[in-house]
Design a protein around this ligand. Structure first.
Ligand SMILES: [Fe+2]
Ligand SMILES: [Fe+2]
Length: 224
């Protein structure tokens, strides 16, 4: 009967060695994909640095943003793997500034309406640059880039989203970006102290920033 039929030894041997080949190939493919993802990440980090140099002349900011975004997400009880991805993705939030002409980006005074309109395109430009890959990291970075200038009361850009309609990742990066920018030296002013920075954040809770996030962010600073 059929139950007694078994594959000839050479056939099962062949199947076994094919299976080994397939698993080897898969390992090679996985490591090649990882290398590509790493290269993409490095290229995009470099682009973020270039964008940052064009604007504020400092590279420290983008790295601090990553660590602070990770911390804020941990404080908001997000899964650690996700928070780690935030550390990598948040530094790319302003990569879209690469698409903004220098004379606007580096203008010392206030923008007129036309200049403001151009400047406000940097979230969409950034999202387009970062959308080069389906990798989770870049999709996350694209989401951050697109939403980091939305405001909690709906007065931000590009879409005027309000409250929880703003992606969580955009709400968190908005806070750490603002705070870090305040507490570092700029060409036109000295850095504000940590306390002043926190007060300025607090003053905009519920208007610019998510009040729950502001609460945990300030509480953490007060305890450390
Ligand atoms: Fe920005
Ligand atoms: Fe920034």
């Amino acid at each position: 009967m059929y139950t007694n039929i078994s594959a000839p030894p050479d056939l099962s041997q062949q199947l076994y060695s094919h299976a080994k080949d397939v698993s080897l190939l898969k390992k090679e493919l996985d490591s090649a994909l990882l290398k590509i993802a790493r290269t993409e990440f490095e290229v995009l980090m470099k682009l973020s640095l270039v964008a940052e140099y064009k604007d504020t002349d400092t590279s420290v900011h983008i790295h601090r943003i990553g660590y602070m975004a990770e911390l804020l997400c941990l404080l908001m009880k997000q899964p650690p793997e996700f928070c780690f991805l935030m550390r990598l993705a948040a530094p790319m939030h302003d990569v879209g500034k690469l698409g903004i002409p220098d004379h606007i980006l580096q203008k010392p005074g206030k923008y007129d309406d036309a200049e403001r309109n151009i400047m406000n395109q940097h979230p969409a430009i950034g999202a387009k640059i970062l959308d080069i890959s389906n990798h989770t990291l870049f999709q996350l970075a694209a989401k951050i880039a697109l939403s980091h200038h939305e405001k909690y009361d709906g007065s931000g850009y590009p879409y005027g989203l309000a409250g929880d309609n703003i992606p969580f990742v955009g709400r968190s990066v908005a806070i750490v970006d603002f705070y870090d920018a305040l507490t570092m030296d700029r060409c036109y002013r000295k850095a504000f102290s940590d306390e002043e920075g926190l007060e300025m954040l607090k003053a905009q809770e519920g208007t610019h920033f998510d009040p729950d996030m502001i609460e945990v962010f300030i509480k953490h600073h007060q305890n450390h």
